[in-house]
Design a protein. Structure first.
Ligand code: CDP
Length: 788
C-alpha cells in the first residue's frame, strides 16, 4: 500500500530515520545511571550464597565502621514499617528483605547505604550473615511430590508447593478425538530458564522530598504507571499515596519483559531514601542482574497431536508444569496465570484442543516473565511447531505440505479457535508460499538428498507461527485489577507543532518516531514536528506500559483516536474559517478543502493557529485530545520462517546457512523500524535455540550466572537474516496495524530446532531440547555413529 502522506510529512509506511538515534548513538542518552542528584547516596546489596537457609544472625558492626557507610538495612528494619514483603504482579507475595529465611541463591539479605558506590561494595563485603542451610528443591516435579518439603512456610495454610492450575479447551472432547485419531505423536519438551540480559541492568534513584512529602523514583521500568500504583499499594500505609509518587522512566537500554516486575532493590532504595532523607541510587551489576532478576521459560511440556493418515490434524493436548521459583512474580494478566499459552493451536484449523498448566514453587529466583515478554506465546509456538514437524516425520510427509494442508484457510477469518480466541485476520498460506519461493524450498530439498548421500548433515526447518498481542481488551485483561487499555494525549500548539504523550514506554523500539508518524498520518503534521513523551507519571496519561508487543495495538491506536478527535474539531474551525458548512469539506492529509473548489483550503497549521487566535464564538480555544483506548480484540500477527542449517560432524556445531523470515504485522507504520525489530527478534530467538540456558545444580547453585557461562549471541554467531513481508491488516485496529516486537523471538526457535532435527531425521532423531549446543549435538552424532 502506497503511503498516504508525502515523505516530508512522514506518516505511515515511510522509513523515516529514528528521531531518538542522534541522541542514543552519540552517547547522549539519559539512562538512570547517567542521573546524579545533589547529596545522592549509593546502595549495594548483600546476597545469600545459599539457595535455602535460615538466617540466624546478620552482623553489621564491621560494615558500619567503614568511613562512608551510613546504614545497613535488614528485613527486621523494614518489618517495623511492614515493608518487608510486597505483592507481586500475579497477586502472590515476595520478600523485600528476609526476616527468617532465604529462598534462592543470590536473594537479597541486607542493603548497605554509603556515600559512594565503592564504599557501599566494601560495606557489603563486611556484613557477615550466619545461615543454617535447609534442604533445597530445584526440580518442580519433586516439588509437587506428596510429602515434599513445603517451601512457602510464610503462607500459613499452604500444605504443598502448588501455585496454580489453569486449563482451557474441551478435556473430554479432546480425549475422545485423540483416541479416535489414526495417528498420534507425543513429545516431551523442555524450555529451560533463560534471561533477557538487556544491555542496561536494572536500577533506580529514589528521591524523597521531605518538605513536599513527594517521592520521585527514576527507574528502569517498562510500566511506570502500574509501578506507581504498586508503590502506593505497598507504601500507602506509611504516607506515600499515589499523587505524591512520581515515577520517571528515562531512556531504557532494553527491557524485553525483564523490566516489568518490581524488584526488591527498588523498594529498599525507596525505603532508604524516605528514612535517610536523601536520594539513594541502586544499580545492579551484571551478575546480580543475571542471578536474581526475573527469568523466562522453565516450562516442562508434554504435547500430543492427533491426525488422520492424510495429515489432517484432529486434536491437540498439552500438559505443562511451570517452575516459577519461590514466588509467582510473573507479569501475566490476572486471569491468565499461564499467559496466552492457549494460542498453542497455532496457525492450524484444529477441531479439538485442551491445554492445562500447573505452577510450582522451587528454590530458584522468582518470576515467569517472558523473554521478549510474549505472555508464554513463545512456549506455545515452540510446542505446536515442533509437534507439526513430529507429525510430518511420522507420516513421512513434507513439513511444508503438512502445514499448507492444516492452515486456517484465509477465508475463515475471523477464526474462532478451539481454545477460545478470535483470530482477527490472517493469510498463512501466502506467507509460507512466499518464504518457500524466496528460499528456493524445492531446490533445497533436492540438495539435501544429494548431501545425505555424501554423508553431509543439512536440514531445513519451518515455523509458521501465529502471535497474539495487544492486551486488553479490558473485559478479559487486567494486572492487579487494573484494566488493560492504553492511552495517548495530543496537544497541538499554536504554531502547528505537537506534543504527544503516551501511557507506554519505549525501551529501544523507536516509539518517539513511530508515534509521531501516527500523528502525522492522521493530522498531516510532519512527524519531525511531533515531540513524543513517555515514561513520566506526572505528565503522561495513565497506561499499562510496553511489553508483549502491546504498544502499537493499544497506545498506537489511542494515538490515532486522539488525533481523530482533534481532526473533528479542526474541521469545525476550518468550516468557520472558510465560511462553509462542515459537510462541504474534504480532508486530505494536512488540509481541509471545499468540495469542488480545492483552491479554497486551510492547512492544519492555519487551523491550529486559528484554534488559539480566531476560533468560532462559543467554541473552547485550543486543540488537544486524550484517548484511553480499550481494544475490542487482540491482534494476531503471524509469519513463516524457513531456516537452513549445516551441522559440523566434527564439532557438532550448528551453522545457520540461510534464514528467511516472512512476517505479517498488518499495516506497517515504519518499515525500517519493523525490519530492525525483526532482525533483533530473530537474533534473540536464535539465542535460546543454540546458546542460552540457566540451570541449577542439586544444591540450587546457579550455572550460567555470568557472561562467561551465559552465552548471548554476538555478531559472530548471528547469520544474515533475509526478511520479507505480507500485509494482512487487522480489521479492528484503527490503523489496521498489529504488534510485531516479539514475533521473531517467538517464531525463530522452532524453525532452528526443526532444521537441526530435519538434518538428523534419517538417523532416527525425533526431537532435541534447546539449547542445541555443539556438545549436545555432538553427543547425538556420536550415539548415531556419525561423529567425525
Ligand atoms: O510494545 P512494543 O513497542 O514492544 O511492540 P510493537 O507495538 O510491536 O512495536 C515495536 C515497534 O515497531 C514500534 O516502534 C512500532 O511503532 C513499530 N511497528 C510498526 O512500525 N508497524 C507495526 N505494524 C507494528 C509495529
Amino acid at each position: 500500500m502506497a503511503p498516504k502522506t508525502t515523505a516530508d510529512v512522514g506518516g505511515m509506511g515511510h522509513s523515516i530515520r529514528r528521531k531518538e538515534d542522534p541522541r542514543l548513538i552519540r552517547g547522549q542518552g539519559n539512562f538512570v545511571d547517567d542521573i546524579t542528584l545533589p547529596g545522592m547516596l549509593y546502595m549495594d546489596i548483600v546476597r545469600t550464597p545459599y539457595a535455602h537457609a535460615k538466617i540466624t544472625a546478620i552482623n553489621s558492626e564491621e560494615a558500619l565502621k567503614i568511613p562512608g557507610v551510613l546504614a545497613v538495612i535488614t528485613g527486621a528494619d523494614l518489618a517495623k514499617y511492614n515493608l518487608h514483603w510486597m505483592p507481586t504482579l500475579m497477586s502472590d507475595t515476595q520478600m523485600v528483605l528476609p526476616t527468617e529465611k532465604v529462598m534462592y541463591q543470590s536473594q537479597e539479605v541486607a542493603a548497605v547505604i554509603a556515600t559512594s558506590r565503592y564504599v557501599a561494595a566494601d560495606g557489603v563485603e563486611a556484613v557477615s550473615v550466619d545461615y543454617e542451610p535447609l534442604p533445597v528443591i530445584v526440580d518442580p516435579f519433586k516439588a509437587l511430590e506428596p510429602g515434599a518439603q513445603v517451601l512457602r512456610t510464610d503462607k500459613k495454610d499452604k500444605k504443598d508447593n502448588h501455585i496454580f492450575h489453569w486449563e482451557a479447551g474441551d478435556r473430554a472432547g479432546t480425549e475422545k478425538a485423540l483416541k479416535e485419531a489414526e495417528v498420534v505423536v507425543s513429545q516431551d519438551l523442555y524450555l529451560p530458564r533463560i534471561h533477557v540480559a538487556s544491555i542496561e541492568t536494572c536500577g533506580c534513584i529514589a528521591d524523597f522530598d521531605k518538605v513536599r512529602g513527594k517521592l520521585t523514583v527514576y527507574m528502569t521500568t517498562q510500566a511506570p504507571h502500574a509501578i506507581r500504583t504498586v508503590f502506593a499499594l505497598v507504601a500507602g500505609h506509611v504516607g506515600l499515596s499515589e499523587e505524591r509518587i512520581r515515577i520517571v522512566s528515562p531512556d531504557i537500554g532494553g527491557g524485553f519483559g525483564g523490566k516489568v516486575p518490581v524488584y526488591p532493590g527498588y523498594v529498599i532504595a525507596v525505603a532508604a531514601s524516605v528514612l535517610i532523607g536523601k536520594p539513594v541510587k541502586w544499580i545492579e551489576d551484571r551478575m546480580e542482574n543475571l542471578q536474581a532478576d526475573s527469568f523466562a521459560r522453565d516450562y516442562h511440556i508434554k504435547a500430543e497431536l492427533g491426525a488422520k493418515k492424510d495429515g489432517r490434524m484432529t486434536a491437540l493436548r498439552i500438559k505443562t508444569l511451570a517452575d516459577h521459583g519461590y514466588a509467582d512474580a510473573a507479569a501475566n494478566p490476572s486471569k491468565f496465570p499461564a499467559g496466552l499459552f492457549s494460542i498453542c493451536t497455532g496457525s492450524y484449523d484444529m477441531p479439538h484442543a485442551f491445554v492445562e498448566v500447573d505452577g510450582a514453587y522451587t528454590n530458584k529466583p522468582p518470576g515467569g516473565v517472558a523473554y521478549r515478554c510474549s505472555f508464554r506465546v513463545t512456549e506455545a509456538v515452540h510446542a505446536i511447531e515442533r509437534m507439526t514437524d513430529r507429525l510430518a516425520q511420522e507420516l513421512k510427509m513434507d513439513p511444508a505440505e503438512l502445514r499448507l494442508k492444516n492452515f486456517i484457510p484465509a477465508d475463515k477469518f475471523p477464526y474462532h479457535s478451539a481454545l477460545g480466541w478470535e483470530y482477527d485476520s490472517g493469510n498463512y498460506q501466502a506467507a509460507l508460499r512466499k518464504a518457500m519461493d524466496k528460499i528456493g524450498y524445492q531446490a533445497l530439498r533436492k540438495e539435501q538428498v544429494e548431501k545425505r548421500k555424501r554423508g553431509e548433515l543439512m536440514g531445513i526447518g519451518i515455523s509458521s507461527f501465529t502471535e497474539i498481542v495487544g492486551a486488553g481488551p479490558s473485559k478479559h485483561f487486567d494486572i492487579l485489577g487494573i484494566k488493560m487499555f492504553d492511552s495517548a494525549e495530543i496537544r497541538i500548539h499554536p504554531t502547528g507543532k505537537a506534543t504527544a504523550r503516551f501511557g507506554t514506554k519505549s525501551q529501544g523500539q523507536g516509539h518517539e518516531t513511530t508515534y509521531a508518524q501516527i500523528v502525522a498520518e492522521e493530522l498531516g503534521i510532519p512527524a519531525k514536528d511531533v515531540e513524543v513523551e513517555e515514561g513520566d507519571t506526572d505528565t503522561a496519561p495513565y497506561g499499562l506500559g510496553t511489553y508483549a508487543s502491546r504498544s502499537t495495538p493499544t497506545a498506537g491506536a489511542a494515538g490515532a483516536m486522539a488525533a481523530r478527535k482533534i481532526r473533528e474539531k479542526a474541521k469545525k474551525i476550518a468550516a468557520h474559517l472558510l465560511e462553509v458548512s462542515e459537510e462541504d469539506l474534504v480532508w486530505e492529509p494536512g488540509k481541509f478543502s471545499v468540495k469542488g473548489a480545492p483552491q479554497k483550503s486551510k492547512t492544519i497549521q492555519e487551523i491550529t493557529f486559528a484554534a488559539y487566535t480566531n476560533h468560532p464564538q462559543g467554541m473552547e480555544a485550543g486543540l488537544e485530545a486524550v484517548s484511553y483506548y480499550d481494544p475490542p480484540n487482540l491482534t494476531f500477527p503471524f509469519g513463516s520462517y524457513i531456516c537452513v542449517v549445516d551441522i559440523d560432524r566434527g564439532t557438532g556445531e550448528v551453522k545457520i546457512r540461510r534464514f528467511v523470515a516472512v512476517d505479517d504485522c498488518g499495516n506497517i507504520i515504519n518499515p525500517m523500524i519493523v525490519e530492525g525489530q525483526i532482525h533483533g527478534g530473530l537474533t534473540m530467538g536464535m539465542a535460546p535455540a543454540l546458546l542460552e540456558e540457566i540451570s541449577y545444580d542439586e544444591g540450587g547453585n546457579m550455572q550460567g550466572g555470568s557472561f562467561m557461562d551465559y552465552l548471548v549471541p554476538t555478531a559472530v554467531e548471528t547469520p544474515k537474516w533475509e526478511t520479507d513481508k505480507t500485509v494482512t491488516p487487522s480489521p479492528h485496529h484503527p490503523l489496521g496495524a498489529k504488534g510485531v516486537g516479539e514475533s521473531a523471538t517467538v517464531g525463530a526457535p522452532p524453525a532452528i530446532v526443526n532444521a537441526v532435527v530435519d538434518a538428523l531425521a534419517h538417523l532416527g532423531v525425533r526431537h532435541i531440547d534447546i539449547p542445541m549446543t555443539p556438545e549436545k549435538v555432538w553427543r547425538i552424532l556420536k550415539e548415531k555413529g556419525v561423529a567425525e
